[in-house]
Write a protein that binds this ligand. Sequence first.
Ligand SMILES: CC(C)(COP(=O)(O)OP(=O)(O)OC[C@H]1O[C@@H](n2cnc3c(N)ncnc32)[C@H](O)[C@@H]1OP(=O)(O)O)[C@@H](O)C(=O)NCCC(=O)NCCS
Length: 169
Amino acid sequence: MDAKVDGAGAGQTARIRDYRASDAPELARLFYETVRSVNRADYSEEQVRAWAPRPPDPAELHARAAGRRTLVAEEGGEVVGFAELEEDGHLDTLYLRKDVVGRGIGRKLYEAVEREARGWGLGRIYTEASITARPFFERRGFRVVRERSVMVRGASMTNFAMEKDLPPG
Ligand SMILES: CC(C)(COP(=O)(O)OP(=O)(O)OC[C@H]1O[C@@H](n2cnc3c(N)ncnc32)[C@H](O)[C@@H]1OP(=O)(O)O)[C@@H](O)C(=O)NCCC(=O)NCCS
């Protein structure tokens, strides 16, 4: 039962569902546009161009997403976010469409990922968070394990190895 609520109820108009093959082209565009605009607040033009030179090939994105637990956030029948969780608790991907950022949908999507991980009996979720996403993960109870400097297509980028323990129960 989704209700339209403001403030504390933000994100309630979105629903979380399983990924479908037909989502791939939209997810490719979403990823590209979010990196080029949202992440541009924390990374240089050169860095976001290296991170997302062009929208990923939908067939390649599908091959990756289909081999993992990929969840999609949908609002008004449109895909507005996605997350990919690997079997060992690695959260490889969490991206929201640029025009819905900051409305609580990422939180809702993450909570679904965490429920999934707990359901598998995992004791930990870990990720490599962007500078942009670090505060989001800290609010979700993650801690920074270390700051990393990675080379992506010739550009040096900072991100953070972060993890969260999932105690049983
Ligand atoms: C990071 C991201 C997934 C968060 O999703 P979102 O829908 O924008 O976040 P929400 O609106 O659900 O925010 C949830 C909480 O995080 C906090 N938060 C989110 N971004 C924040 C920021 N930049 N600074 C401080 N707090 C932040 C919110 O205040 C909110 O706190 P609350 O739960 O206590 O109310 C999304 O902004 C995004 O796609 N960013 C760009 C792509 C990216 O960097 N992805 C991660 C790749 S590693």
